[in-house]
Design a protein around this ligand. Structure first.
Ligand code: SF4
Length: 456
């Protein structure tokens, strides 16, 4: 299957790609199938069962809300975040839901969406089952979906087949070693190879415009996050920090000799702003997940602000970041429920480090090294969100991940590209570490900070 950089950086809403964006897509696909079968009007009931991590942290991550929106025909790309609270309230109050916005059924929220907290399906920790029945209670269709990370969704019958090779692209690298080898043979950069691959499917001007659109959405998201005060939803009473920091930084002016590291404050504020918008259910770009969506924009802002990054370099930045994400998706995972936060913040850090390295003039070997450093120092990072909300430690972790990415890039750029541990080795280590990690540290809120902090 060809996974495009446009599929990796999708425009959607918070707070979670695996627990909200994916389930919304699954629910929408389910009702679209019913429509195609000509059976939509026969449906009297839809029953949804959430398993594994979706059941354990789904309430805090808004999985039930996302499924209801998907059943109503909304997609993460077009749904208006401001419309969501009224939609949820309406369905809950009236106990009615309009499938695809045109066939109304009875829908009792707590009866028809079940959180099966004690059940996990063997294939993947993020699973949901949707069942449609007619007025006599007979099953029309039943389907199981897996939300495998980054908003990607796989049907049960396709599970395990979704990473088949994409031979039709000119540079079908699936490992870091192949990436280095193909770059050496072709003389192309990582972004050059990705561009050639993407242009097999997309018109060049369309691709460029779509990537710059994502940058614009990232900027708007950061801007909203820097200006929106208040307490984040969910009951933890976490105060948004970005607006106050933003005001202070604006007042202080550009970094000078007095505080040479003040540029990092700007990295922090963008990472916090985007992550706080995500936690509030706002519009953002998944990169490569929503929980870790603050890192790529924070590092890209840093590049644009301090290195005068132009549109051309911004496009290259996305292409390199996308290339690295694909290696992790192909050979490990982008899912916190599968491998812990290594698969979210760790991957985002690796992506941003590699992308920054290329646009700052690094060689392909230095790009590969930056990606490796970005992940090496996130190995073992657990996922233990307090209250099942994508807030603590997630928001601050994005700021830490962004700063780490910049340092990884600097370390790589100061070297020759020669290094002991390859990117492939660290990806494999991340996968193995994730497999060995206790389930309680994989987006279940049953370990770590999640059980060591009072929720209110
Ligand atoms: S701890 Fe990391 S993986 Fe877990 S929800 Fe937060 S950002 Fe995602």
């Amino acid at each position: 299957m060809f996974v495009s950089v446009l599929d990796l950086f999708t425009i959607g809403i918070g707070p979670s790609s695996s627990h909200a964006v994916g389930p919304m897509r699954a629910a929408r696909a389910f009702v679209k199938d019913l429509e195609q079968l000509g059976r939509l009007e026969d449906v009297a009931r839809v029953h949804v069962t959430l398993y594994g991590s979706l059941a354990l942290t789904g309430r805090g991550h808004g999985t039930d809300r996302a499924v209801a929106l998907g059943l109503a025909g909304h997609s993460p790309e077009e749904v208006d975040p401001d419309h969501v609270p009224a939609f949820v309230e309406g369905v809950r109050q009236q106990k009615r839901l309009s499938l695809l916005g045109r066939h109304e059924i009875e829908f009792a929220w707590d009866r028809d969406i079940v959180f099966a907290r004690d059940q996990t399906l063997p294939q993947h920790p993020n699973a949901l089952k949707l069942e449609a029945r007619d007025a006599q209670g007979h099953e029309i269709v039943s389907e199981v979906y897996f939300s495998v990370g980054g908003g990607f969704v796989v049907r049960e019958e396709d599970f395990g087949k979704e990473t088949e090779a994409s031979e039709e692209v000119p540079y079908p690298f699936r490992t870091g070693a192949q990436m280095l080898e193909m770059a050496a043979k072709s003389g192309l950069s990582v972004s050059g190879m990705m561009w050639a691959n993407e242009c097999v499917r997309h018109d060049a001007s369309y691709l460029r415009a779509e990537l710059l659109k994502r940058w614009e959405v990232m900027r708007q998201c950061a801007d909203r996050g820097c200006r929106t005060e208040g307490i984040l939803p969910g009951g933890l009473k976490v105060k948004r920090r970005a607006p106050e920091l933003y005001r202070k930084l604006r007042a202080a002016g550009e970094p000078g000799k007095a505080d040479p590291l003040a540029a990092l404050d700007w990295v922090d504020v963008i990472a916090l702003a985007v992550s706080e918008e995500n936690a509030a259910g706002g519009r953002l770009v998944t990169a490569p997940t929503n929980g870790a969506a603050g890192i790529v924009p924070a590092v890209l802002h840093f590049f644009v602000r301090y290195h005068d990054g132009d549109d051309e370099s911004i496009v290259r930045f996305f292409l390199v970041a996308g290339a690295i994400a694909l290696l992790f998706k192909e050979n490990a995972s982008l899912s916190g429920a599968e491998v812990g936060c290594q698969g979210e913040v760790g991957v985002a850090c690796s992506m941003a480090a590699a992308a920054l390295t290329e646009v700052l003039g690094g060689s392909v070997a230095q790009v590969e090294q930056a990606a490796e450093i970005g992940m090496e120092h996130n190995l073992g990072l657990t996922c233990d969100p307090v209250g099942g909300l994508v807030q603590v430690p997630c928001i601050e972790r994005n700021a830490m991940g962004a700063v780490k990415a910049i340092n990884a890039s600097r370390l790589a750029l100061r070297g020759t590209g020669e290094h002991r541990i390859s990117l492939d080795r660290v990806i494999d280590t991340m996968r193995r570490t994730g497999a060995d990690m206790s389930t309680k540290y994989k987006e279940t809120s049953r370990g770590g900070l999640a059980v060591n902090v009072a929720e209110c």
